[in-house]
Design a protein around this ligand. Structure first.
Ligand code: FAD
Ligand code: FMN
Length: 1217
C-alpha cells in the first residue's frame, strides 16, 4: 500500500515518514542550494561526489527582522568532511523537495572509510585539543591497521559519544539543536540479538521518558559491516500508534502508520484494532529476519488531551505519547554507518497540534473542532481553520504542562534556535540549516526563524534517512510466512536473566561512571576506590586521581563522581590543582562568551581561573557565590523583559530547567555528577574545594544528581561517606533506569562489607629484599632523594610543650628547589608502637624476612571466573617490621573498617562488643577518637584478646603519609642542602590528662643524629615563590615555625646581592613580621639582626604573646602598627604579601590586612575585598598553610563541640520534618 503522508516533525527535525511515491527509486541527494552542482544522479551505484566548492566564500545571511547580518564560513569544511550530492542545479533550487537521499545500502570501500575516519578523527582530536599530537597520529595508524585486518574498525566510546552529538549539531532540519550537547548515548554495540536490542530500547524509553521530564538520548547498535548483517529498527518511531484501513476505506488510528502496521500484522502481531494501539517494536539483528516485541505499557507515557476553556475537548478522546523517538535513521560517523539507532528529544507542540492532529492526511480533526467551536466553516474568509488550529495547539501544550511532560512551544523553540545560530556563528562560523524545515507550521511569520536567512549544506557525522527496512531486507525465511515469535517484556527479562553472567554484565555496564579523587593524606583515594567497587557492580566504573585524568574528556562523561578533600586554606590537594584550573578555565571561557559579569561601567568583568581558585581561599564560598549571583542578578534586572521572557520559556521547556537556561547549555550539560567533600570543620574554609567543584560543575551545565555532602573529619566523616555512597548509588541507578537486578543487589550487599578477608590477603615470601629507597619510590610513586643529616639543633629555648628544631640535611646530588618550595619527609613510626603492634599479629613467624603482600583478584573471562594472587598496589617487598614502620599509618586512630576487623579478631566477646559499639554508634566513635586519639598499640591494650592476621591488617591500614616542611634554605646558597625548621609535636591526650603522644615525623626528625639517612622529595609551590622583579617590596608574615620559608627567602636574597645578580635593580624593602610566646623563642634572632644590619631585611618586627611585662601582641597587631607603609607598598608599589603558618592565623591576618587597607587607602568594604582579590589575581597574595597542628587541642575542642551541635540540630530538624 502506498500512502503519501508527507512529513512529520520531531524535535530532532521534521522527518519523512511517508513512503516514497516511487518505491523503486532511491531517494537520493541533499538539497544544498548555495553551492549548486550538477543534478544529482539518483541511482546510488553511479553516484559521484560532484559537489565541488569552487572557492568557498563566506555566505552573508541576514535577519530581516532586526537587520543583522552574519557570515557562514563553516560550509567550507564540507570539502573535507563530506562529499555528497545535491539535488540543486545551477539553475534550479530544489530545497523544498522532501525526498532526502541517502547514500544507499552499499558498504563503503576501505579507502572511503579511512578517508572519512581521518576527517572525523581530525574533528574529534581537535575537540579535545589534541590535533596532530602523537595520540592523534597513533589513533590514525590504529584505525588503518584495524581496517586492513578486519575490513572495518571500532570507534572508541568517547569518539562515538562525540560523533553522536556532533551529528545532532549538524542536523540541518532540527530546530531543537541548542540542546545538542545534552545527549545521553547508550552504546549498545555489544548487543547481538533482537531480544538484546529490544531490552536496550526499553531501557532507552524508560531513561528518556523520566516520568515526563524528558531527556535526550540515543541508542546505537552495531555498525554495518558487509551490508548483509545490518542491525535495523524497523519501527519508524519507538512509540507510535497503529493505523488500519477500515472496510469503508476510512482509517482507524494513525494514517501515517498504516503500512508499518501491516508489516507488524504480517509478522504475526495481533492488533487490538482501536484508535490508540501502541505498535510493537520490530527489530532485526545481524541481518536476520525481524522479530517484534510488545512494549510494556507501563513504560509508555501518554497524555490525554483537554482544553483549558472548552470542556468538550476532552470528550474527543484525543491523546498522544510523550516520547518522540525516531528509530529508522542511520548515524554516519567516521566512515561507519550505524543502521540501527534510536534517538529522541522532546516534542514541539505543533508537531502534535498541527501535524499529527490537523494535517488532512493524518487525524485531520480541524473541521470537527471548528464545528464544536461554532465557527462558520463555509468560507475560508472566517479563518475557521486557523482558529481551530490554534485551539488544538493550546490544548496540546496545556495538557502536556498539566501532566508535567516536557514540551516546547514553537515561539520559544524559534527563539532558542536563533540563539543557537548565534552561538554557532561565534563558535563554529556557521550552522547548516534548512529553512523549509526549521520554520514552524503555525504562525510562521510570528516566529523569529521565519525572518532569518539560512545556509543549507551537509556535514558529517550525520543522521541520514534510510529506505524502510521492510523494503530492503533479504529474508532468510519466506516473507509471507507469518513469524510466530512474540515476546513480552517479562519473558525478555527472564531470558536476559538466564543468559550468561558475562553477557548480562556487558549489557548492564554500558553506562560509564567516572570517579575522580584528589587527596593529600589518602582518605579521598580510599573512599573513591570503595565507591568504585560499589559502582562496579552495576556501571562501567573507573577510578582516577584527578592529576592522572585527561581533563579534556570531561565533556564526554556521563556520570561523574568527585571525592576530594580540601587543603591549604580552602585549596585543592596538590593532585587536584591542574584539574581545578582546567575546570575554572572552562568556566572562565564560558562566562566570557556569555559576557556574564558586567560591572556598572558595562565592561566585562570576569575573574581569571587563577583568581577563582584563590578567591575560594580568600572568601567564604557563600560570600563569593552571593557576589557572583548578585552580579548576575543585576544583569538580569538591567534587562527585566529578557529575564521574564527567559522565565516563561523555562516554563515552556521544562526539560532544561534542571541544568541551565535553554540558551545556556554549558559544556558539561550531558554530565550527571555528585560531589563528596572531605574536610575538617576546624578549618575556616570547611570543605571549600569540594564545594567549589560542586558549584563549578553546576555552572558548566552539569546535572547535580545529589546535593553536595561534606564529610567532617571532626565528626562522623566515615559515616557520612557511607550514607552518601549508598544514596548516590541509589539515585544513579534510578536516574539511569537500572533495574533492581542481581548486580544492583550485589552492589547493595557490598555496602559496609569488608572489601578483603583473611582468605583473600596473604604475605608471600619474597626472594630478596628491595632497597628501601626503591621500595619507597614504588610505594609513593615519587622520586626520592637520600640525604644525610649534617646538623640537628634546637632553635630558641625549649619548654615543656614547645620545641623547635633546625635540621640541616645534605644530599650527594644537587637538589632542585626554589625558596618557598616544600620538602616531603618519609617518616618512621616509633619503635615502641611498632613493637607493641607486631606482638599482636598472628600468621607471622619472622618479622625480619622480606615478604610481598598479595591480594586475591577475581577476573571474568569468557570461560568463567578466574582467581589469581596479585601484588598489593601500595605495599612493596619489605620485611613486616619495615612495613609497619615505614609504610603503614599506625598512629592515626583506626577507622571503623579496621575496628570492625579487630572486633572479629577478638576471642573475648566483651572486648569485641566494646569495639562493635564504637562501630555502630558514630557519635560514640567520634567522642572516643577525639578524647583518646588512640594509636593502634593503645587500641590493642584495650582489647587484649585481639589477634589479627598480619596480612589482612596490613591491607586494611592506611599508608603512612609523608609530612611536608617549608624549606628554610636557598639552593643558591647551599646547592646540595635542605634546611628545615620544625616545631616538634608533643601532646597529652584526654584534655591533657592522658598519655603523651609524639608527632610521627617531627619526633622522628628530632631523633636524628648527624650522618643519619633521611628519605625526602621536593615539591614545587609556585604560588609561594619570590617575585622575579627583585625591586618590589615584600611583606612576610610568619609566626612560630611559619618563619620557615622566609629564612629561605632571606638567604636567597642575600646571595643574589652578594653575587650581584639583581639585574641592575635595587632590591626592594623586605618587612618581616614574626611572633612567638616568649623572647626566648624568637627563632633565628641573631641571623635576623645580622641581615637587618646588612640591609637585606628592611625591618624585622617581633610580637610577643606571653612575655611577662610586655603587652600581649600577635602578628596582626604588627600589621596594624605598620599599616600605612604596608598599604603604600601594596597599593602603590606593587608589593607582594606572604603569610605562612597555621590556617586560623592566616585567616585573621587576611581580615586584618583588609581593615588596614580599608583605613589607609580609604577604601569601602567592598573595594578592600576587591583589592585583596586583585592581589590574588596578580599573584601578589601568597599563603603557605601548615594546618592547625600546634593549636590542635584548642581548635579541635571548639570545632568538635560546634560540629556536634550542628549535627544534632540537623538531626532534630530532620525528625521534626
Ligand atoms: C605545606 C606544609 C608545610 C609545612 N611546613 C612546616 C614547617 O616548615 N615546619 C613545621 O614545623 N611544620 C610544617 N608543616 C606541618 C608538618 O607537615 C606536620 O604536620 C607537623 O610536623 C606534624 O607532623 P608529625 O608527623 O610530627 O605529627 P603527627 O603524627 O602527624 O601528629 C599531628 C596530629 O596529631 C594530632 N594532634 C596534635 N596535637 C594534638 C593535641 N594537642 N591534641 C590532640 N591531637 C593532637 C592532630 O591530629 C595532628 O594533625 C607543614 C605542613 C604543610 C602542609
Ligand atoms: C595542612 C592542612 C590543611 C587543611 N586545610 C583544610 C581546609 O582549608 N578546609 C578543610 O575543610 N579541611 C582542611 N584540612 C583537612 C583535610 O581536608 C581533611 O583532613 C581530609 O579528611 C583529608 O582528606 P585526604 O586524606 O583525602 O586528603 C586540612 C588539613 C591539613 C593537614
Amino acid at each position: 500500500m502506498e500512502t503519501d503522508v508527507g512529513k512529520m516533525e520531531t524535535d530532532f527535525g521534521k522527518m519523512e515518514i511517508g513512503v516514497a511515491k516511487n518505491a523503486g527509486h532511491s531517494i537520493n541527494g541533499h538539497a544544498m542550494c548555495p553551492f549548486s552542482g550538477k543534478i544529482a544522479v539518483q541511482n546510488q551505484k553511479h553516484e559521484k561526489p560532484n559537489l565541488k566548492l569552487k572557492v568557498p566564500q563566506p555566505i552573508r545571511l541576514k535577519n530581516h527582522l532586526v537587520s543583522e547580518e552574519n557570515y557562514d564560513v563553516l560550509h567550507s569544511q564540507i570539502d573535507e568532511v563530506a562529499s555528497f550530492n545535491t539535488k540543486c542545479t545551477e539553475k534550479v533550487c530544489q530545497n523544498s523537495i522532501m525526498d532526502i537521499p541517502n547514500r544507499g545500502d552499499s558498504p563503503r570501500s576501505e579507502e572511503e572509510v579511512y578517508k572519512e575516519a581521518q576527517a572525523f578523527l581530525k574533528q574529534y582530536f581537535s575537540s579535545i585539543r589534541r590535533e596532530n599530537t602523537d595520540a592523534h597520529i597513533s589513533r590514525l595508524h590504529e584505525v588503518e591497521r584495524e581496517l586492513k585486518e578486519k575490513g572495518t574498525y571500532q570507534l572508541k566510546t568517547p569518539e562515538l559519544v562525540f560523533g553522536a552529538k556532533l551529528a545532532w549539531r549538524n542536523a540541518s532540519r532540527c530546530i531543537g539543536r541548542i540542546q545538542w550537547k545534552k545527549l545521553q548515548i547508550f552504546d549498545c554495540r555489544a548487543v547481538t540479538t533482537a531480544s538484546g536490542m529490544f531490552e536496550a530500547l526499553c531501557n532507552h524509553i524508560k531513561y528518556a521518558t523520566n516520568k515526563g521530564n524528558i531527556r535526550s538520548a540515543i541508542t546505537i547498535f552495531p555498525q554495518r559491516t558487509d551490508g548483509k548483517h545490518d542491525y535495523r529498527i524497523w519501527s519508524p518511531q519507538l512509540i507510535s500508534y497503529a493505523g488500519y484501513i477500515e472496510p469503508d476505506g476510512s482509517i482507524l488510528g494513525d494514517p501515517a502508520r498504516v503500512e508499518f502496521t501491516e508489516v507488524c500484522i504480517k509478522l504475526g502481531w495481533k492488533p487490538p484494532r482501536t484508535a490508540w494501539d501502541i505498535l510493537p517494536i520490530v527489530v532485526s539483528a545481524d541481518g536476520k529476519d525481524p522479530e517484534y516485541f510488545d512494549i510494556p505499557r507501563e513504560i509508555v507515557m501518554e497524555v490525554k488531551m483537554e482544553h483549558p476553556k472548552y470542556e468538550w475537548f476532552k470528550d474527543l478522546g484525543l491523546q498522544w505519547y510523550a516520547l518522540p523517538a525516531v528509530s529508522n535513521m542511520s548515524l554516519d560517523c567516521g566512515g561507519l554507518e550505524f543502521t540501527g539507532t534510536a534517538f529522541n528529544g522532546w516534542y514541539m507542540g505543533t508537531e502534535i497540534g498541527c501535524r499529527n492532529f490537523c494535517d488532512s492526511n493524518r487525524l485531520n480533526i480541524v473541521e470537527s473542532i471548528a464545528n464544536k467551536m461554532g465557527l462558520d466553516t463555509n468560507s475560508y474568509v472566517s479563518l475557521w481553520k486557523d482558529k481551530a488550529l490554534v485551539e488544538v495547539n493550546i490544548a496540546v501544550l496545556n495538557s502536556f504542562h498539566r501532566d508535567n511532560v516536557s514540551i516546547v512551544d514553537h515561539h520559544s523553540a524559534s527563539e532558542q534556535f536563533i540563539k543557537h545560530l548565534d552561538n554557532e556563528n561565534k563558535s563554529r562560523g556557521g550552522c547548516p540549516s534548512d529553512w523549509v524545515w526549521i520554520v514552524p507550521p503555525m504562525s510562521s511569520s510570528l516566529t523569529s526563524v521565519f525572518h532569518q536567512e539560512m545556509a543549507l549544506y551537509y556535514l558529517r557525522p550525520s543522521y541520514d534517512y534510510q529506505e524502510p527496512a521492510w523494503k530492503t531486507h533479504q529474508w532468510v525465511k519466506s516473507e509471507d510466512k507469518p513469524r510466530t515469535r512474540k515476546f513480552h517484556f517479562k519473558q525478555i527479562a527472564r531470558a536476559v536473566k538466564f543468559t550468561s553472567k558475562l553477557f548480562g554484565q556487558a549489557l548492564s555496564k554500558r553506562i560509564k561512571a567516572t570517579i575522580l579523587y584528589a587527596t593529600e593524606t589518602g582518605k579521598s583515594e580510599q573512599y573513591a576506590k570503595e565507591l568504585g567497587t560499589i559502582f562496579g557492580h552495576a556501571f562501567n566504573a573507573q577510578v582516577h586521581c584527578m592529576s592522572e585524568y585527561d581533563v579534556f574528556s570531561i565533556e564526554h562523561e556521563t556520570l561523574l563522581l568527585i571525592v576530594t578533600s580540601t587543603f591549604g586554606n580552602g585549596e585543592p590537594p596538590a593532585n587536584g590543582e591542574e584539574f581545578a584550573k582546567h575546570l575554572l578555565q572552562m568556566l572562565y571561557n564560558e562566562k566570557k562568551n556569555q559576557g556574564d559579569q558586567v560591572d556598572s561601567a558595562g565592561t566585562v568583568k570576569v575573574h581569571t581561573p587563577k583568581s577563582l581558585i584563590r578567591t575560594n581561599s580568600a572568601m567564604t564560598p557563600s560570600i563569593d557565590y552571593k557576589k557572583q549571583l548578585s552580579r548576575m542578578e543585576s544583569n538580569k534586572n538591567s534587562n527585566a523583559i529578557d529575564y521574564k521572557r527567559q522565565l516563561s520559556r523555562l516554563e515552556s521547556n521544562k526539560s532544561s530547567i534542571t541544568a541551565s537556561t535553554p540558551e545556556i547549555i554549558g559544556p558539561l550539560s550531558n554530565v550527571c555528577y555528585a560531589v563528596f567533600a572531605l574536610g575538617s570543620s576546624a578549618y575556616p574554609k570547611y570543605c571549600n574545594f569540594g564545594k567549589t567543584m560542586d558549584r563549578v560543575l553546576e555552572e558548566l551545565g552539569g546535572e547535580r544528581l545529589l546535593e553536595l555532602t561534606c564529610g567532617d573529619e571532626m565528626c562522623g566523616q566515615e559515616q557520612q561517606f557511607r550514607s552518601w555512597s549508598s544514596n548516590i548509588f541509589q539515585v544513579a541507578c534510578e536516574s539511569f533506569c537500572l533495574e533492581e537486578n542481581e548486580m544492583v543487589k550485589n552492589a547493595k550487599k557490598s555496602f559496609g562489607m569488608m572489601p578483603l578477608t583473611e582468605e583473600t590477603v596473604r604475605f608471600n615470601r619474597a626472594e630478596k629484599q628491595q632497597c628501601l629507597k626503591t621500595a619507597l619510590e614504588q610505594s609513593y610513586r615519587k622520586q626520592i632523594v637520600t640525604c644525610h643529616v649534617k646538623e640537628n639543633k634546637h632553635l630558641g629555648e625549649v619548654s615543656n610543650d614547645r620545641a623547635t628544631i633546625f635540621v640541616d640535611m645534605e644530599s650527594t646530588t644537587e637538589l632542585n628547589y626554589d625558596p618557598g618550595d616544600h620538602v616531603g619527609v618519609m617518616a618512621c613510626n616509633r619503635s615502641e608502637i611498632v613493637d607493641a603492634v607486631l606482638k599482636r599479629l598472628k600468621g607471622v613467624d619472622n618479622f625480619e624476612r622480606p615478604v610481598q603482600l598479595q591480594v586475591m583478584k577475581e577476573k571474568l573471562t569468557p570461560t568463567g571466573t578466574v582467581k589469581s594472587w596479585e601484588r598489593h598496589e601500595r605495599i612493596p617487598v619489605a620485611t613486616i617490621r619495615q612495613i609497619f614502620t615505614r609504610f603503614l599509618d599506625i598512629t592515626t586512630p583506626p577507622s571503623t573498617k579496621v575496628l570492625k576487623y579487630l572486633a572479629s579478631a577478638c576471642t573475648d566477646e566483651n572486648e569485641a562488643d566494646y569495639l562493635r559499639e564504637l562501630i555502630e554508634d558514630s557519635n560514640k566513635y567520634d567522642d572516643w577518637m577525639h578524647h583518646y586519639y588512640p594509636h593502634l598499640a593503645e587500641v590493642f591494650s584495650q582489647v587484649p584478646s585481639c589477634r589479627p592476621q598480619a596480612s589482612l591488617l596490613a591491607a586494611l591500614l592506611p599508608p603512612l603519609q609523608p609530612r611536608f616542611y617549608s624549606i628554610s634554605s636557598s639552593s643558591l646558597e647551599h646547592p646540595n642542602k635542605i634546611h628545615v625548621t620544625v616545631a616538634v609535636v608533643v601532646y597529652k591526650t584526654q584534655n591533657g590528662e592522658g598519655s603523651t603522644h609524639y608527632g610521627v615525623c617531627s619526633t622522628y626528625l628530632q631523633s636524628l643524629k648527624p650522618k643519619d639517612e633521611v628519605y625526602v622529595f621536593t615539591r614545587r609551590a609556585p604560588s609561594f615563590h619570590m617575585p622575579q622583579d627583585i625591586s618590589v617590596p615584600l611583606i612576610l608574615v610568619g609566626p612560630g615555625s611559619g618563619i620557615a620559608p622566609f629564612r629561605g627567602f632571606w638567604h636567597h636574597r642575600r646571595r643574589q646581592i652578594l653575587d650581584n645578580s639583581t639585574n641592575g635593580k635595587k632590591p626592594g624593602p623586605i618587612y618581616l613580621l614574626f611572633g612567638c610566646r616568649y623572647k626566648g623563642m624568637d627563632l633565628y634572632k641573631d641571623e635576623k639582626e645580622q641581615l637587618v644590619s646588612e640591609g637585606v631585611l628592611t625591618k624585622s618586627l617581633l610580637a610577643l604573646s606571653r612575655e611577662e611585662g610586655v603587652s600581649k601582641k600577635h602578628v596582626q597587631a604588627l600589621l596594624e602598627d605598620e599599616g600605612a607603609y604596608i598599604t603604600r607598598m601594596l597599593v602603590d608599589e606593587g608589593g607582594h604579601f606572604y603569610v605562612c603558618g597555621d590556617c586560623k592565623m592566616a585567616e585573621e591576618v587576611q581580615q586584618k590586612l583588609k581593615d588596614v587597607i580599608k583605613r589607609h587607602a580609604r577604601y569601602s568594604d567592598e573595594e578592600a575585598d576587591d583589592f585583596i582579590l586583585f592581589l590574588m589575581d596578580e599573584n601578589r597574595y601568597h599563603e603557605d598553610i601548615f594546618g592547625i597542628t600546634l593549636r590542635t587541642s584548642i581548635v579541635h575542642k571548639a570545632s568538635r563541640e560546634s560540629a556536634k551541635r550542628t549535627r544534632l540540630q540537623s538531626m532534630q530538624s530532620f525528625c521534626l520534618s
